[in-house]
Write a protein that binds this ligand. Structure first.
Ligand code: PLP
Length: 434
């Protein structure tokens, strides 16, 4: 077994971390195990995890039921191709996702990540229009401040400024951007909100195949919560314009915003829905794109008579088995009251931060708690401060936020929220004058 210095040295020399420099790397922490809501570092320290590994580990780590599902499936087969073959874990997962999804989203295309599920959704929308003899409709409408992933078509619908992809602008397909929804969740609905989007559609709508957006919560593009009425109105606008509506539920799905789907806040069903992240409770990489029967059947009714996509690890049995076990937990475990309790505790404990210098806003929805600063954090410094306080929080830009596992107990959540307030109060971790 390697000691932690060896691990860190190998990492430093050979690993390339997400959105990271190899020449001026920020510190990384060597995690040797994780259980419940705690990560254990190589030096024995335990950190209460506020990130759920980027929204995924909703049941906590090392969960006996998820472990059992993975172990049982390993004894049968870890993987088998999905072309010409099916298996119980995938078939059952597809049936359950179709049952859980709103409206008549009945046809599930499994894939291996959130970004790929967005690529698949966008290809479906283009192929749908081509099948209807309208192949010039191959562009997308979206809103600013969105985030949909790091692959090329997904990048093209991320916010052009905040979306982290401006460097690639020259290579990205040009899409249409309406202003971001501005009426906050819980605010007073303003009918004028959608006027620019309607204008855009009227002027440029002829080459648009679909509107894509994150329902109710804009995640990595700014952790913004907007009014669900926006989605209800959008459903109607898309229908009238004859374009498809795609919801990216990759971050919001499986209860994170307090409802099972973000779309449930609005009671609206899209034509295509992307899921990922928490689908396996954070155990394995898996995504899915769910289409209505109408979309799926239209695509397959025209030349070439099939949908043109098929990843190697599509329907991976291990991932599907764990996803089924995670859905079992969501069915048997009281996730809704847990998320509601996390929400009210975070509201209580984070709201005093609104008075602190450099704090622009404090907001909470479901199991998402956000402190927005008026300037960016100094990542290495703020990260160190959180670790010193025994918690794992990974801010980005001006956002110090948490999305804890739903199983987090009150005292652990208090540790997280008090660390957030302390670190924001002590502004060494906030770039002076930036
Ligand atoms: N869509 C949304 C809303 C996301 O939040 C993310 C990831 O953060 C993605 C898509 C991309 O998912 P992945 O990182 O699994 O490719």
């Amino acid at each position: 077994m390697q000691n932690t210095n060896d691990v860190l040295a190998m990492d430093r020399r050979h690993a390339w971390h997400p959105y990271a420099s190899v020449t001026e790397p920020l510190p990384v922490y060597d995690v040797v195990s994780a259980s419940g809501v705690r990560l254990t570092l190589a030096d024995g320290r335990e950190l209460v995890d506020g990130m759920a590994s980027w929204w995924c580990a909703v049941h906590g780590y090392n969960h006996p039921a998820l472990n059992r599902a993975a172990e049982a499936q390993l004894g049968k087969m870890a993987h088998v191709m999905f072309g010409g073959i099916t298996h119980e874990p995938a078939a059952r997962l597809c049936a359950r996702l179709a049952e859980l999804a709103p409206g008549d989203l009945n046809r599930v295309f499994l894939c291996d990540s959130g970004s790929v599920s967005v690529e698949v959704a966008m290809k479906m929308a283009m192929q749908y229009m081509a099948a209807r003899g309208d192949s010039r409709r191959c562009r997308f409408l979206t809103v600013r401040r969105g985030y949909h992933g790091d692959t090329f078509h997904a990048m093209s619908v991320c916010d052009p400024v905040n979306g982290m992809h401006s460097l690639f602008a020259g290579a990205l397909p040009k899409q249409y951007f309406a202003p971001e929804p501005s009426v906050p969740f819980g605010g007073e609905w303003n009918e004028a909100e959608l006027a620019p989007l309607v204008d855009l559609l009227e002027q440029k709508g002829d080459d648009i195949c679909a509107m894509i957006l994150e329902p109710v919560v804009q995640g990595a593009g700014g952790m913004r919560f907007y009014h669900p009425e926006y989605l209800r109105r959008l459903r109607d606008i898309c229908d009238r314009a004859g374009i498809l509506l795609i919801f990216d539920e990759i971050a919001t799905g499986f209860g994170r915003s307090g409802e099972f789907w973000g779309a449930d806040h609005a009671g609206v069903a899209p034509d295509i829905m992307c899921v990922g992240k928490a689908i396996t409770g954070g155990y394995m990489a898996l995504g899915a794109t769910i289409a209505t029967d109408h979309v799926a059947e239209t695509i397959c009714s025209a030349d070439p008579g099939l949908f043109m996509h098929g990843p190697t690890f599509m329907g991976n049995p291990l991932a599907c088995a764990v996803a089924n076990a995670s859905l079992d937990l969501l069915e048997s475990d009281p996730w809704r009251p847990r998320v509601a309790a996390i929400e009210s505790q975070m509201r209580r404990e984070l709201s005093p931060c609104a008075e602190l210098p450099h704090v622009a806003d404090v907001r909470v929805l479901g199991a998402i708690g956000v402190i927005e600063l008026d300037r960016p954090v100094v990542m290495a410094e703020i990260q160190r401060q959180f670790v010193e306080r025994g918690v794992w929080v990974r801010p980005f830009g001006k956002l110090v936020y948490v999305m804890p596992p739903y199983v987090m107990e009150q005292n652990d959540l208090s540790l997280l929220t008090s660390a957030m307030c302390d670190v924001v109060r002590d502004d060494n971790g906030i770039r002076q004058g930036a």
